[in-house]
Design a protein around this ligand. Structure first.
Ligand SMILES: Cc1cc2nc3c(=O)[nH]c(=O)nc-3n(C[C@H](O)[C@H](O)[C@H](O)COP(=O)(O)O)c2cc1C
Length: 323
């Protein structure tokens, strides 16, 4: 699959997730075999004002090619300038967020609110495309709500404006992350535009990716929540798409080794204090389903330094293997 001039090694893509898909996550996801990673969404204005936290989000140096940087905003000029900054920091692809459902975002006319203003949305794409030389993509939802499903119309408009690939999450903004993703809308968009379409929503197992491709004709698949504490999903999905065979899941040792590596990467790219705090959620995901998981989570949440966290994670190796 190609995104503009960029040929992806494979069409299994890691979804952008705020608070999750930081540098450490992206490194692990890439190593686990996915064809494309994306940053957390970054605000156009924060980029323009050089907000330090945002600058950290934008640190993609040294990462395996290609990395997509996702920006959000509602003003075409600001978005274009933000895209220029992202490109100057090494973005291989600029993705424009038209799917975030959070009130503080949509109340500013950003994220999924752009689905209610297709002209503005297309204007943003046009402005961004004219200012950068890397490919520009759009990630959208099915529509704002069930009464205003307009992914197909919006898709055509943003492609006319220069977007070279689209991701479609088959939920409306009103659904947030609840209910079931509607894959028919992905098929409808695929049938309406000539650029690659990446399907997204409710790929929980490798077989779901194959079903989505078969049902929608999408060119790539994007996996979000199923990758939490589970980077193995990328290789498993890729292998399933290529051979129809399901690779075995991670052993307990694999999970602990991966979580310890995740912790060291977080420490490398953030401070130990931040890493230990942020690792709590990841560690809970890595150890989900283990015997005594609730007690374990409680201990993980109380860990104050890396040594404590490492000790707790290592102690789980004495538990029986869950496969
Ligand atoms: C915690 C969290 C953060 C997210 N942050 C972003 C984001 O920054 N940008 C974006 O386009 N989508 C974001 N999403 C949506 C995902 O990219 C994806 O569209 C959604 O989770 C559906 O895919 P899934 O069913 O595979 O999880 C986020 C989702 C979650 C759960």
């Amino acid at each position: 699959m190609k995104i503009g001039s960029i040929a992806l090694a494979n069409p299994v893509i890691s979804a952008p997730m705020a608070g999750i898909t930081d540098k450490a996550f992206r490194i692990l996801a890439k190593e686990a075999g996915c064809g494309l990673v994306c940053t957390e969404m970054v605000s156009d204005q924060a980029l323009l004002y050089g907000n330090p936290k945002t600058c950290r989000i934008l640190n993609i140096s040294g990462e395996a090619y290609p990395v997509s940087v996702q920006i959000f905003g509602s003003n075409a000029d600001y978005m274009a300038k933000a895209a220029e900054i992202a490109e100057s920091r090494g973005a291989d692809i600029i993705d424009i967020n038209m799917g975030c459902p959070m009130p503080k975002i949509v109340n500013n006319g950003e994220g999924a609110a752009l689905m209610r203003e297709p002209e503005r949305a297309a204007g943003i794409v046009r402005a961004v495309v004219s200012c950068v030389s890397v490919p520009v993509t759009v990630k959208m939802r099915k529509g704002w709500d069930e009464k205003s499903v307009n992914a197909v119309e919006l898709a055509k408009q943003v492609v006319d404006a220069g977007a070279v690939a689209l991701t479609v999450h088959g939920r409306t903004r009103s659904q947030f992350y609840g209910g079931k993703a509607d894959w028919e809308i992905i098929a409808a968009v695929k049938g309406a535009v000539a650029v690659p379409v990446i399907g997204n929503g409710d790929i929980w197992q490798p077989a779901d990716a194959l079903s989505m491709i078969n049902q929608t004709g999408c060119d790539g698949v994007m996996i979000g929540r199923a990758a939490l504490g589970n980077p193995w999903i990328f290789k498993q999905t890729l292998n399933f798409l290529r051979t129809g065979e399901l690779l075995p899941g991670p052993t307990l040792e694999d999970r602990i080794t991966m979580s310890l590596r995740h912790l060291s990467l977080l420490i490398e790219y953030k401070s130990e204090q931040v890493a230990v705090r942020e690792m709590r959620k990841h560690a809970a995901w890595y150890t989900k389903g283990l015997p005594g998981a609730a007690k374990l989570r409680d201990m993980i949440n109380k860990a104050r330094c890396k040594e404590e966290l490492q000790k707790i994670l290592n102690s789980t190796l004495n538990l029986s293997c869950v496969g």
